[in-house]
Design a protein around this ligand. Structure first.
Ligand SMILES: [Zn+2]
Length: 260
């Protein structure tokens, strides 16, 4: 009896390994020294799990509980608002361009006129709390800072139907390259609608125990899923769970095809 239990346990451990993310690669060219390696192939279940964890809920919710998926349903215009004691405007602009190029369905471009969907404000750390107070008021800022001790942050306003109306990201520029790049890639994912964190997910930059600092194959896949026309604003978690395997398959993201 005891022996067969051990055998069953070993078998299930072996199966878990067989299903785990594979094709480990070094961080992409241009990533900072010390950036973690990444996996480039994921199972349908691994992508589905990350999507459900990250596209629903958030740390800082004000007002009515959003019912489901939140995303833009129109072309997205981003504006980098220069500021802080270290000039990171060009680096931040390149990151926006990278997202635009690697996830074409975002339909993302840099602002040329007055209208803006995502405002990316570059600031020094000492101005962070004041910036939050300006944006959200003293009470919300106090609660939020006490609860999450944030280093950077993003606020997303969406309609009751789940359409994102406007997002503002605050990115710290004066605490070194690692903090800047980690925040820049991380906060933009929030601004596009991946609102939550998952501290147990080993592949995403939305795990606050990791510092990534580049657009990983995994996060790019989640964003590509979110901006598939079938993942509509307001979609429930149950609806998303039902739709995802097919969408993942059609986009070639599960198993094969997930290449950097
Ligand atoms: Zn975050």
């Amino acid at each position: 009896m005891k022996r067969s239990l051990v055998a069953a346990f070993v078998l299930s451990a072996a199966m878990t390994v067989a299903l785990a993310a594979s094709d480990k690669e070094p961080p992409p060219a241009g990533a900072l020294a010390g950036a973690p390696p990444q996996f480039t192939r994921f199972s349908v279940a691994e992508l589905q799990r990350g999507f459900i964890a990250l596209a629903f809920g958030s740390d800082l919710r004000i007002g009515a509980r959003p019912l489901g998926v939140r995303r833009f349903d129109r072309p997205i215009v981003a504006r980098v608002v220069a500021g802080g004691s270290v000039d990171r405007t060009a680096a931040m602009t390149r990151i926006v361009e990278e997202y635009a190029g690697k996830v074409p369905t975002l339909n993302l471009s840099l602002a040329t006129g007055d209208s803006t969907d995502i405002e990316i404000r570059l600031i020094d750390e000492r101005d962070f709390k004041a910036a939050l107070r300006d944006a959200f008021g003293a009470e919300v800022t106090k609660t939020f800072v006490a609860r999450t001790n944030p280093q950077c942050m993003t606020s997303v306003k969406s309609s009751a139907e789940g359409k994102i109306l406007h997002a503002v990201s605050f990115i710290i520029v004066d605490k070194g390259d690692r903090v800047f790049f980690d925040c820049a890639y991380h906060e933009l994912l929030h601004a596009f609608g991946l609102s939550n964190h998952d501290q147990r997910n080993p592949w995403t930059t939305l795990n606050q125990n990791r510092m990534v600092g580049y657009l990983s194959v995994y996060d790019r896949a989640l964003l590509t899923l979110l901006y598939d026309p079938r993942m509509t604003p307001g979609m429930t978690a149950a609806g998303a769970r039902a739709a995802l395997p097919r969408v993942i398959q059609d986009l070639g993201l599960g198993g094969q095809g997930a290449k950097p």
